[in-house]
Design a protein around this ligand. Structure first.
Ligand code: ATP
Ligand code: MG
Length: 332
């Protein structure tokens, strides 16, 4: 079976529909076809400042949501990044073969640091993509299911894998991004020029899995729509309406063409009202299951500890090979 690895940050109280439709939905599907490793990347979540109590809670909520949307610990390895120390260890090695200029070209860093003020950004935010490369390469992943925003980081990961292999001998599988075009970039409801983002979107711009469905309905009703009145799919001219259609189609398995036809002669208001109902129906059982997992944190932690142990078995083998190729003395 081909190997797959992906991760998600515990940087908010809930995932949003961009996370789900762009990435996590594919994680669930790939459990059936791949040897799958998925992690809650808490090391990444401390790159932009955090509160320890909140982080610990969000890490559990993230894991609970992943289980609630269908990850099955019998069919994949689900773990928390900080519980597998090899991630930080390999990241150091990779940072030593990454060019400063190369890292400086990462657009996510430029965007996020511009928001914080470049001088106030942490070095961790800068080296984030190198840690992400370590996450992936430790598992010899063939494919990495992510949203469009991660394409550049994946390209860096591929470059680093190839560079290491050339410098020190074949060690890492060179991974390919797995990006499903239709849902690769769900945009902010209030700012359709930006992707929906846990940390950057305003609350009104997000549809969150764990939010009160009545609040989500209200956000959908006040989503920025475009000039004109007809429901048509045109991402350049009508990014707001096209985003709503994308979400609607993805959650119902109806095609966009079918939806456009169904809303002929109706207005944006009808589309929004119906989408709100679709979202409510989708999130309600997910919320119930998430709560159930969170009701038993000891059990959840146990499950994650088992995942970390399975992950470590693979990660430690890869790290040992990398250390050996580099010329470190063998550990006693
Ligand atoms: P943050 O703002 O803290 O970076 P995020 O919303 O970007 O949070 P991540 O945890 O960084 O979420 O990313 C998890 C996964 O979700 C990644 O695979 C990412 O590509 C995907 N993703 C994030 N936002 C979107 C989006 N708007 N549309 C599609 N996929 C997305
Ligand atoms: Mg992100």
């Amino acid at each position: 079976r081909p190997r797959v690895l992906s991760g998600i940050q515990p940087t908010a109280d809930s995932f949003h529909l961009g996370n789900y439709l762009g990435a996590v939905r594919n994680w669930v599907a790939m459990q059936e076809t791949h040897d799958a490793f998925y992690c809650v990347v808490d090391l990444h979540a401390i790159t932009a400042g955090h509160d320890p109590v909140v982080l610990r809670q969000r890490t559990r909520v993230a894991a609970a949501q992943l289980l609630a949307v269908g990850l099955d610990p019998e069919r994949c390895t689900l773990f928390v990044q900080s519980q597998v120390p090899e991630h930080a260890q390999l990241a150091w090695v990779l940072s030593c073969i990454t060019g400063f200029g190369e890292a400086s070209r990462m657009t996510q860093f430029k965007d996020k640091s511009a928001k914080q003020g470049a001088d106030r950004s942490s070095v961790g935010l800068f080296t984030y993509p190198i840690l992400q490369a370590a996450d992936i390469l430790l598992y010899q992943a063939d494919a990495v299911p992510v949203g469009e925003d991660q394409r550049q980081h994946l390209e860096l990961t591929r470059d680093l894998a190839q560079r290491f292999n050339t410098l020190f001998g074949a060690t890492f599988t060179v991974p390919a991004p797995y990006i499903v075009r239709d849902t690769a970039k769900i945009v902010d409801l209030q700012d359709p020029s930006a992707k929906m983002s846990k940390s950057a979107s305003s609350p009104a711009g997000l549809i969150e899995l764990l939010d009160d469905p009545a609040r989500s309905a209200k956000k959908i009703r006040s989503a920025v729509t475009d000039t004109g009145r007809e429901v048509t799919f045109d991402q350049a001219a009508k990014p707001g309406v096209s985003n709503l259609l994308t979400i609607y189609a993805a959650l119902t398995a109806r095609s966009i063409d079918e939806l456009v036809e169904a809303y002929e002669g109706k207005g944006y208001g009808d589309l929004k009202k119906d989408l709100a109902a679709v979202v409510t129906e989708f999130v309600t059982p997910i919320q119930e299951r998430t709560r159930a997992y969170l009701d038993d944190p000891a059990q959840l932690d146990k499950l994650l500890a088992i995942g970390a142990e399975k992950a470590r078995a693979v990660a430690s083998t890869t790290l040992a090979a990398a250390y050996d190729r580099i010329g470190f003395l063998p550990a006693a």
